[in-house]
Ligand binder design. Structure first.
Ligand code: S3P
Length: 184
């Protein structure tokens, strides 16, 4: 597929609980590309859950591991769909790799949806656990959005089921590539 032009990877980024993993799976099926979830890769390498890595070694250890593993993924040649962790795009080195090699998609939702999804999920999220209120969550979401907005494409996942979300993303990717093409 020439779909991606010179970009090898489609990267999904955004806050915890917006559905990066699930959308990544859907996109990869539809595009017939492999799917990589960076949190799962980190868990595989350490043979530990993310929450245990935070607990045993601390956040900065996790962030370094995250950086190494993600940059290693970008050095591979196979086109793929990549779902990042909520903090990955905040790392400047990871962000630079993404700007060079990837079509980046910021998946966003409103704070109530995010709060509901995180509190319902069995996935223990250490960054969420240390927040004290929904207001803290909103502040962090707002802060991080200042960086997430550097992504090539922004998608609001509100009120869309899995299937229409995949369709919407594909449409937006086409649109983005067409506009880029015009600028050559
Ligand atoms: C984090 C989000 C998590 C995971 C880690 C840190 C964050 O991924 O990488 O717990 O800083 O927002 P999800 O976005 O999949 O929850």
């Amino acid at each position: 597929q020439t779909l991606l032009l010179n970009k090898k990877f489609i990267v999904l980024l955004g806050f915890m609980g917006v559905g990066k993993t699930s959308l990544g799976r859907g996109l990869s099926k539809k595009l017939n590309l492999p799917h990589i979830d960076t949190d799962f890769e980190i868990e595989k390498v350490k043979n530990m859950k993310i929450s245990s890595i935070f607990e045993s070694y601390g956040e900065s250890y996790f962030r370094e591991l995250e950086q190494n593993i993600i940059i290693d993924i970008f050095s591979k040649n196979q086109e793929s769909v990549i779902s990042l962790g909520g903090g990955s795009f905040l790392n400047i080195k990871i962000r630079e790799h993404i700007k060079n090699k990837c079509i980046s998609i910021w998946l966003n939702a409103n704070v109530d949806t995010i709060y509901k999804r995180i509190t319902k999920s069995n996935n223990i999220r250490p960054v969420f656990s240390r927040l004290k209120s929904k207001n803290d969550l909103e502040v962090l979401l707002h802060e991080r959005s200042q960086v997430y907005k550097e992504a090539d494409i922004k998608i609001d996942s509100e009120n869309l089921n899995k299937y229409s979300l995949v369709e919407k993303v594909l449409y937006k990717i086409d649109d983005y590539l067409e506009k880029k093409d015009e600028n050559y």
